[in-house]
Design a protein around this ligand. Structure first.
Ligand code: GUN
Length: 290
């Protein structure tokens, strides 16, 4: 045990509460000054238990800060054109400021086509190609919630990324790829690794900041991490005992990391807080409020 490392666990729950408190003030102001209440449409297709938990947490956060959420719970058998019809209606509905389609969608649905059907101005996940492109050029309206939540965690923890070697394990459109862009914009040197990377440890061991989003329980072991590294764990995996664990072998890696995020209570709560922020941003944009 490295005794110089004390309290090295980044409390995402605490940071998220701080952020949500500020967002609640913004929503209150919007209500009092403009008589506007942000409204988020949440679409969930099928009955995946993990999606159900995530959607419930998102709705709870909305209630807490004064955003109205409206859930559209559709059956597993929902057809592509039925989902598109619903999106057409929500895109046009002036009362709806944000639209979130919980992923993954059932296999018979073309996820890409659905995402591209969301009005980019209401795309609070920032999954639409237009919003993805805007992230590349650092000219964005919305940032994807998980990468933006991680940037906020790093900032609030006084961890600078400029000049550091940031290694991302995972190349998803939701986390890995946009994460790389956000870090680049803050002058980090970025490496993206993935399932086909040869000798993964060779890369992870050189990371000053290691961000892991692979969806494999306790995949990153102590031996794969440089002592003193900052370790950000995006994974949420179910354990056999019915609990949750991340993609990082937390108990062992925390012994050598300078900072580490736990699961639960690390990145997850920040993702939700940033979704709230994006919903407020969407409301401001749609109402021409600066
Ligand atoms: N599924 C897993 N993460 C996310 C997310 O951030 N947004 C949506 N819409 N679906 C998800």
């Amino acid at each position: 045990m490295n005794n110089t490392i004390i309290n090295n666990i980044i409390d995402g729950k605490k940071f998220s509460q701080m952020l949500r408190k500020n967002l609640k003030n913004e929503v209150d102001n919007l209500k009092n000054k403009e008589n506007i209440v942000p409204k988020l449409a949440v679409i969930v297709v099928g009955d995946d238990p993990a999606s159900r938990t995530y959607v419930n947490n998102k709705k709870k956060a909305c209630t807490e800060i004064g955003i109205i959420s409206k859930e559209y719970s559709l059956s597993q058998e929902t057809k592509q054109n039925e989902l598109i019809k619903l999106l057409d209606e929500l895109n046009k509905d002036k009362e709806i400021n944000g639209i979130l389609v919980q992923l993954p969608l059932p296999h018979h649905i073309n996820e890409k086509e659905i995402i591209e059907h969301i009005n980019p101005l209401k795309d609070v996940d920032a999954f639409h190609e237009l919003n993805v492109g805007k992230i590349m050029t650092n000219n964005f309206s919305f940032l994807p919630c998980t990468p933006a939540g991680i940037m906020e965690l790093l900032k609030q923890s006084d961890i600078s990324v400029a000049g550091k070697h940031c290694v991302i394990v995972g190349r998803s459109n939701i986390v890995g790829k946009p994460m790389a862009m956000l870090l680049l914009h803050k002058d980090a040197t970025v490496t993206i690794c993935h399932s086909k990377t040869i000798d993964l440890s060779k890369f992870t061991k050189t990371a000053d900041i290691l961000i892991v989003a692979v969806g494999k329980a306790k995949f990153i072991k102590k031996e794969m991490v440089k002592p003193g590294a900052v370790v950000i764990d995006v994974g949420i995996n179910r354990t056999d005992a019915g609990g949750l664990c991340g993609d990082v072998d937390f108990e062992n890696v925390k012994e050598i990391a300078s900072y580490i995020t736990p699961v639960p209570g690390g990145v997850g709560p920040m993702t939700i807080a940033l979704l709230m922020k994006n919903t407020i941003t969407a409301t401001l944009i749609q109402n021409n409020i600066k």
